[in-house]
Design a protein around this ligand. Structure first.
Ligand SMILES: Cc1cc2nc3c(=O)[nH]c(=O)nc-3n(C[C@H](O)[C@H](O)[C@H](O)COP(=O)(O)OP(=O)(O)OC[C@H]3O[C@@H](n4cnc5c(N)ncnc54)[C@H](O)[C@@H]3O)c2cc1C
Length: 327
């Protein structure tokens, strides 16, 4: 891909809103690029609840977060736009008649319009400090690819209710689930979760630290732990999952000279920001009656793309039916 190529629209953010916006803009015949900071697409749905069922999206009586993310990616890929990952957009500059998006890798992406589908930013996984000393090994930080855990021995390193919930969820299908918790309780866990834990087959090591990872073939063979008394123990396992909380890196709207109100971008019905040619949708925006849910992100994305298209080419028809377009 030539980074000097000028795109019609660049979507910043590969959550459910950005993925749908990227698809919809290609459906409208626009030249589209999507840029996502994380190594994976799917935004908050991927990071916070891939294993949970979502019941409030029209047309889906129930769909897991994982299935929704996978289907959103498949839809976005229909017309093969570049979907870039591992690219944090740090600067937006107007130069020579178009926007230049500069990423933390110092790549420059030229685009005529921009769609901010950034939510509030990107969530980084906290890793325990002592992990710096351990060999690099693949450890999942969310529950995507759940079927891979069926009948396997799963170790979860966590100090948090999310990791505990993963354990309770995986206990139903995994051969065994072991939790290594560096402290003596699970932060934010509900009494009901603890009751379920106590009634389960999940083995928990409290105040224990992982001091060694052994890997024969990827991903894992065993871990060694030390408890607070210094006792050493080896535990074999096929997969290691890690959840020690997430930390938000806020999208730098201020540096981009995008007006915000309490961290969100105020928009009217046209999804336009204060900067000409820059539109926004999804959890990033705020308007009277806004709900922070997956579904409204889709209609906001449609409006934002159509308005960006019209801004670029005033003669285009603002709204078209896919049933007519693909005939
Ligand atoms: C625990 C929890 C449960 C939920 N349950 C439901 C539910 O049951 N039903 C429902 O409809 N909604 C639910 N939601 C809300 C739903 O997750 C959000 O409304 C939806 O995910 C918003 O999608 P988005 O694409 O707008 O933003 P996000 O998913 O936040 O995606 C934004 C993306 O932009 C990227 N990004 C940000 N800044 C940059 C940058 N500078 N450069 C590059 N990339 C950047 C981020 O990495 C991220 O991937 C829930 C949310 C949470 C936290």
């Amino acid at each position: 891909m030539d980074h000097n190529e000028i795109y019609d629209i660049t979507v910043i953010g590969g959550g459910t809103t950005g993925l749908f916006a990227a698809y919809y803009a290609t459906m409208r015949g626009m030249k589209v690029k999507l840029i996502e900071a994380q190594a994976h697409l799917g935004g908050k749905v991927k990071q916070f609840f891939p294993e949970k069922k979502i019941y409030d999206i029209g047309g889906f009586p129930a769909i897991t977060g994982e299935a929704l993310v996978n289907q959103s990616i498949e839809q976005a890929q229909r017309h093969h736009p570049p979907l870039l990952t591992n690219q944090w957009v740090k600067q937006i500059r107007w130069e020579d008649g178009c926007y230049h998006l500069i990423t933390s890798q110092e790549q420059v992406h030229a685009t005529k319009t921009v769609l901010l589908a950034t939510g509030s930013g990107t969530f980084h996984v906290n890793m325990p400090e002592e992990w710096e000393r351990l060999p690099r090994i693949e450890a999942a930080t969310d529950l995507m690819g759940q079927t891979s855990y069926q009948g396997r021995n799963v170790i979860i390193s966590t100090n948090n209710k999310t990791g505990l919930n993963w354990a309770l969820y995986l206990e139903k299908s995994a051969a065994s689930v072991t939790i290594i918790n560096p402290v003596d309780r699970f932060q934010q866990a509900k009494e009901e979760d603890i009751r379920q834990l106590e009634a389960s087959t999940i083995q928990v090591f409290y105040q224990a630290e992982i001091t060694q990872l052994s890997s024969e073939e990827n991903p894992l063979a065993a871990i060694t732990i030390h408890d607070q008394t210094g006792t050493k123990q080896q535990i074999s396992g096929d997969y290691l999952l890690v959840y020690h909380g997430l930390k938000l890196q806020a999208t730098p709207f201020e540096e981009w000279e995008i007006t915000t109100d309490k961290g969100r971008i105020p928009v009217d019905g046209d999804m336009a920001t204060n900067r000409e040619g820059i539109f926004a949708a999804g959890d990033a925006v705020q308007y009277l009656g806004k709900t922070n849910l997956v579904a409204p992100g889709y209609t906001e994305a449609i409006t934002a793309v159509n308005k960006a298209h019209k801004w670029l080419a005033p003669s285009v028809t603002e709204q078209l039916y896919s049933t007519v377009l693909y005939r």
